[in-house]
Design a protein around this ligand. Structure first.
Ligand code: UD1
Length: 421
């Protein structure tokens, strides 16, 4: 197993390009199950979760060629309709195969994902939505089995779940007639999936709003698509630079996807600018000097502050000149990083859904452990800003969501290396 060794206290300077979005690429790759024709997906990050998705598609019967940042998904043999536990347990998003497979073949089976480090994360909204379209459900051996010929419907989600919205949009894309999803999640990744489904031949309106309409077709065709930039990766590097100090440019970043973070960064004292190239966005730049002002945040569905940047924000606020509150409204237990940050000198008092962070003048390097992707990112942010050396263990969590984070940060001047633990 690998670990990261970071010698902190150096400012970050320079320019890097951001990668394509992991959370957009995952459902888009899975949506290729909706057609037997070849699909080409560009700007796909090379990450562990993407490799798991590729394996999942191969297990189900696709041929997948990953060249550079482009993934070609080709027909191979008749598709299977079962996602095995071995893959679902590595990546919960595997459950997204249910919608497209069920809609196309009248049957789909997937291992139920268990809870995880950040919360219970049930999939009831996915299943209830598919039931509203006509699926019959039973469970066997920890797998959920769905059967039935789906019909279009009007579905109102109990909660604006990102994954459930995606699952239902994919199912609806293969069903003739119009399906309406109310209280849909509005994340940019959903808009991107909507564009891909439209490229396959479905008619999609309102993706990115709380009311998505999909008019599906039983004959979807192949398509080519370019994945949007990763707003969480971008946000992580912005926060890292704010915490360590310095000035960084992130080419290709999309400021419209990061409104809540950019406003919080500005209030904390960072200078943030959108870079323009011929009228369109060319990225973002950030400059920061000295300790931040405390800025309280509360995680909300998009366009609110993203839960995936809550942990890095906490690391940043550990260095603020004063006290801030961090409220986690999306997941039940997403504060595991607080105790690790405390090992570096942070002062964080956690109650059920809120953490009060009292800024300290300096963090100190320490051996710490990542408990999930973004908790790992938070430890990197803290270690970059801290005096002395830190070791971050369980790097495999971080590798699920960040493409070669150590080389990106080294290019920005960080002293960081990967080593055998
Ligand atoms: C996606 C993102 C994840 C991000 C999250 C919230 C991917 C691959 N992952 O996860 O990085 O943190 O959105 O922005 O895109 N819930 C239920 N029942 C359900 C579904 C969800 O109760 O059937 C609850 C969850 O437990 C959670 C909340 O709804 O508390 C939000 O979850 P959801 O939006 O579904 O997140 P994911 O799609 O799993």
């Amino acid at each position: 197993m690998d670990k990261f060794v970071i010698d902190g206290g150096r400012r970050l300077r320079g320019a890097v390009a951001v990668n394509g979005s992991k959370n957009a690429a995952l459902p888009i790759l899975i949506a290729t199950l909706l057609t037997d024709e070849p699909c080409l997906v560009d700007n796909v990050p090379r990450l562990r979760d993407i490799r798991t998705t590729v394996r999942l598609l191969e297990t189900l019967g696709k041929r997948v060629v990953f060249r550079g940042k482009t993934v070609m998904v080709l027909p191979n043999r008749r598709l299977r309709t079962r996602a095995p536990y071995e893959l679902v347990k590595q990546m919960r998003a595997s459950i997204l195969v249910l919608g497209p497979l069920l809609a196309r073949f009248g049957r789909a089976r997937a291992a139920l994902p268990g809870g995880c480090a950040i919360g219970l994360r049930p999939v009831d909204i996915h299943l209830k939505g598919l039931a509203a379209m006509g699926a019959r459900e039973r469970t066997e051996q920890g797998d959920v089995i769905l059967e039935g010929a789906l019909k279009p419907g009007r579905i109102r989600l109990r909660l604006a779940s990102v994954g459930a919205t995606e699952n239902l949009m994919m199912a609806a894309a293969a069903v003739e007639g119009e399906t309406v999803i109310e209280n849909a999640a509005r994340e940019p990744e959903i808009e991107d999936l909507g564009r891909f489904l439209a490229a396959l031949g479905a008619r999609v309106a309102g993706a990115g709003t709380s009311r998505v309409r999909v008019r599906g077709s039983a004959r979807l065709h192949g398509a080519r698509h370019r994945v949007i930039p990763d707003r969480i990766e971008t946000g992580t590097y912005l926060i890292a630079c704010a915490a360590a100090g310095g000035g960084v440019k992130l080419a290709g970043a999309e400021p419209r996807h990061l409104g809540a973070l950019l406003s919080a960064l500005k209030r904390s004292g960072a200078e943030v600018h959108a870079l323009r190239a011929a009228g369109s966005s060319a990225g973002l730049s950030i400059r920061m000097k000295g300790r931040p002002r405390p800025v309280s945040i509360r995680t909300r569905p998009f366009p609110g502050f993203p839960t995936d940047l809550q942990a890095p924000w906490m690391a940043y606020m550990s260095l603020a000149r004063g006290r801030s509150t961090i409220r986690e409204d999306i997941f039940e237990r997403r504060f595991l990083h607080a105790a690790e940050l405390a090992r570096m000198g942070a002062e964080v008092a956690v109650s059920e859904r809120a953490a009060v962070v009292t800024g300290v003048p300096e963090l100190r390097g320490a051996p710490v452990m990542a408990s999930d992707i973004r908790a790992g990112a938070a430890l990197i942010v803290a270690a970059l800003a801290a005096a002395g050396e830190s070791e971050i263990h369980r790097v495999y969590h971080i590798d699920r969501g960040y493409e070669r984070i150590e080389s990106v940060l080294r290019r920005l001047g960080a002293r960081m290396r990967r080593a055998k633990a």
